[in-house]
Design a protein around this ligand. Structure first.
Ligand code: BGC
Length: 714
């Protein structure tokens, strides 16, 4: 390969979206492009592959990348919603379907899974995360990798996964996108890096570097991250790609004095491929001539690109035959999307068993709100190829299912979720007065979350809360369904509604999934993958926090209204809480109600003391004491009581979805190996330290059902 051909392989350019601009065609033929993104017109992709493989000197095929974040043409719930299913099999199945649909359009590389830690609901990209917990993200991320890549990357329906954004992006200060991150190394290793290692262990073929500044060295130019950890410690040969323009942005960050230095920083840090910006193509030659970099360094970068092309079998099979694939959005795909949507919805409130609704007892139903019948918004953020024509909305499904049996009045009331005009309230109130129940569909439109769409106030936008007030005053039973890309602060709304279903953005099959849940065909079984704060000022608020030296208790946290005038300032007996928001969340991690009721009892460990390297079993009895069949997500948490580095108050270590009929009881068992208890200590060594551990089994992260065990050195 000539030097130009080598540098060409490191270059990822934006496709022409259905056309091949002359400069791209020319660059491909001259071997100056290694990969394209955002080209999913299959004929165009095939023509690009023809130019690359038949008309360029070396005939090297192209990688063709696309953001397949939660489905391709069939849209599944947002990743945050998929995490709420606590069902990795569904995540894997969804990614398999998305891979098939994307591969049929000529894509061979998906920019997912997103493995960032979502602990700040202001950050718009929390929608794309699997929530706040490294274990949960690891399990779901690995499932998505397996789904995309299938058992064999060389198969025509496999696409290479890209674990992103490596690393720390979720910790952007203040929840503002692209902002700086400062993450101590032990937190990076114990929290942020964990899911990336899990994705690589699951075979992830590539990683995308984060835009963000990590402790002073932006990830795209961070040698410690891209070489020391990724290559030297983890031994990975995965392809690394920059984020959009992020090599050039090393200059904007102020890490590099110009674009040539930006290319130098990224290349020497270990970044293989440059997305969108052109600093490699413009400057690597000169850097080599100046003796700043060696040809061996360039070869090492190129090898990672070519290896992936071989693994995808692109040299043998560069072309896509769409006829060899099942039709997109076929019945199987829609069924899978429906199941995922059904299991993703979390029941947050259900007073007096307001839900499920009974169709025979309803003669008139009011369906109100801007998200009741919007086939576009229910798809959520990053749904580039989602086709709203396939969407089944809640209103459409209600009409189809019950249109003959009950009178359904639909009032949009607000044009969008941000609308301030109350002109539609009168009709909404009238409809509520005339009805036996109100189904109110509110939340956030798709564009209010996702990249660069952060919010400092995470309440319901626009006049939506005023609409709730107006409808609550009518007195007709009021069921609120929220579709949103992030946790919202809903405390002030809770008392006004009889039931609340939190649906994230459920995707193509929102309608059938929600109607099944509202009418009790299925019991809600989603659980929160992220903590819901009462007030935005509590953020970051997550269950796996540290204990502090002064943990709060109900007796020590005073409310602002209970402080006597001129109360004496003292530091004795104080604990860590807010005067106006206490210390508890509105809803904890892992929380979600059911139409059934579950009781947990008799937690036990198989053995009280284990040695390093051994496994114990933790069991508890679970009974469905309700009157319907339902799934329960059983969760296992541990606490390491004393560590050489302080440990979180609880850490999720396992979960299982269990289906039980009314009155049915089962014993749920989890295996816990001492390696599952390992963490990075003061010397950045991954160790399990002997000592006492608490262990809980229950239905959310506040469960009190606890026992303990001891790990000994032997
Ligand atoms: C996002 C990435 C995405 C890339 C390509 C960037 O703006 O941060 O997540 O994969 O664009 O579309």
């Amino acid at each position: 390969m000539t030097l130009d051909e080598k540098i060409g392989q490191l270059c990822l350019v934006m496709g022409g979206e259905g056309t091949i601009p002359d400069w791209i065609g020319d660059a491909v033929v001259r071997g100056r492009v290694g990969a394209v993104l955002n080209e999913v017109h299959v004929d165009t992709v095939n023509e690009l592959q023809r130019l690359a493989t038949e008309e360029s000197r070396l005939g090297i095929p192209l990688l063709n990348g696309r953001d397949v974040i939660h489905g391709f043409e069939t849209i599944f719930p947002l990743p945050l919603g998929q995490a709420a299913t606590w069902n990795p099999e569904l995540v894997e199945r969804g990614a398999r379907i998305a891979a098939r649909e994307a591969a049929a359009a000529g894509a061979n590389w998906s920019y997912a899974p997103m493995l960032d830690i979502g602990r700040d609901p202001r950050w718009g990209r929390i929608a794309e995360t699997f929530g706040e917990d490294p274990y949960m993200i690891s399990v779901m991320g690995a499932a998505m990798v397996r789904g995309f890549q299938g058992g064999n990357l060389a198969a025509p329906d496999a696409v290479a996964a890209c674990a992103k954004h490596f690393a720390g992006y979720g910790a952007s200060e203040g929840g503002r996108d692209y902002n700086t991150t400062n993450i101590p190394e032990h937190e990076l290793r114990n929290v942020h890096l964990v899911p990336f290692k899990a994705a690589l262990d699951a075979g992830a073929a590539s990683l995308m570097a984060s835009f963000s500044d990590l402790n002073g060295v932006p990830a795209t130019g961070n040698r410690w991250l891209l070489t020391t950890v990724l290559r030297d410690e983890w031994g990975s040969d995965a392809l690394t790609v920059s984020d959009w323009n992020s090599v050039a942005e090393l200059y904007t960050h102020g890490l590099a004095a110009d674009h040539r230095e930006a290319a130098f920083e990224a290349m020497t840090a270990g970044l293989d491929m440059e997305m969108s910006s052109t600093t490699y193509i413009d400057h690597v030659h000169a850097l080599l001539q100046a003796g700043r970099i060696t040809e061996e360094l360039i070869d090492a970068r190129v090898a990672n690109v070519l290896r992936l092309k071989f693994r995808l079998d692109l040299f043998e099979n560069p072309y896509t035959d769409p006829a060899a694939f099942p039709a997109p959005a076929n019945a199987n795909h829609l069924d899978a999307a429906r199941l995922a949507a059904t299991q993703s919805v979390v029941l947050l409130k259900n007073d007096e068993r307001a839900l499920p609704l009974t169709a025979d007892r309803l003669s008139r139903l009011a369906v109100i709100g801007p998200l009741a019948d919007d086939e576009y918004e229910q798809l959520g953020t990053w749904a580039f190829d989602g086709n709203p024509e396939h969407s089944q909305t809640p209103l459409g499904t209600l009409r189809k299912r019950f249109g003959d049996a009950m009178e359904i009045q639909y009032i949009r009331a607000l044009e969008t979720t941000r609308s301030q005009s109350r002109d539609g309230f009168g009709d909404a109130i009238k409809a509520a007065k005339q009805s036996d129940a109100v189904l109110l569909f509110l939340g956030e439109e798709a564009i209010l979350s996702g990249e660069a769409h952060c919010r400092a106030d995470i309440g319901l936008p626009g006049a939506q809360e005023a609409l709730i007030d107006a409808l609550a005053a009518v007195g007709t039973p009021l069921v609120l369904v929220v579709m949103a890309g992030r946790p919202l602060t809903l405390e002030s709304v809770l008392d006004k509604v009889d039931a609340l279903l939190f649906a994230w953005h459920p995707g193509t099959m929102a309608g059938p999934a929600l109607v099944d849940l509202l009418f009790g065909d299925v019991s809600p079984s989603g659980k929160l993958p992220v903590t819901f704060p009462r007030m935005v000022g509590q953020v970051p608020l997550y269950y796996a926090h540290k204990h502090t030296g002064r943990p709060p208790t109900p007796h020590t946290s005073t409310h602002i209204d209970d402080i006597e005038p001129r109360a004496v300032q003292t530091s004795v007996g104080n604990t860590s809480f807010y005067l106006d928001a206490g210390y508890t969340p509105l809803f904890p991690f892992g929380f979600g109600l059911s139409y059934a009721a579950f009781e947990y009892a008799h937690i036990e460990t198989s053995i009280h003391e284990i040695m390093l390297g051994e496994t114990l079993t933790v069991t508890a009895e679970l009974t469905n004491v309700g009157d319907c069949e339902a799934d329960e997500v059983v969760q296992l948490y541990v606490r390491d009581l004393a560590g050489s580095v302080t440990r979180p108050v609880r850490e999720l270590k396992g979960f299982q979805r269990v289906s039980l009929g009314p009155g049915e009881r089962t014993t749920v068992a989890f295996q816990l190996h001492t390696d599952d208890l390992a963490f990075y200590d003061r010397h950045m060594q991954r160790v399990t330290e002997p000592g006492t551990f608490h262990v809980w089994i229950g239905g959310d992260s506040t469960t009190e059902l606890r026992t303990e065990f001891v790990v000994t050195a032997g």
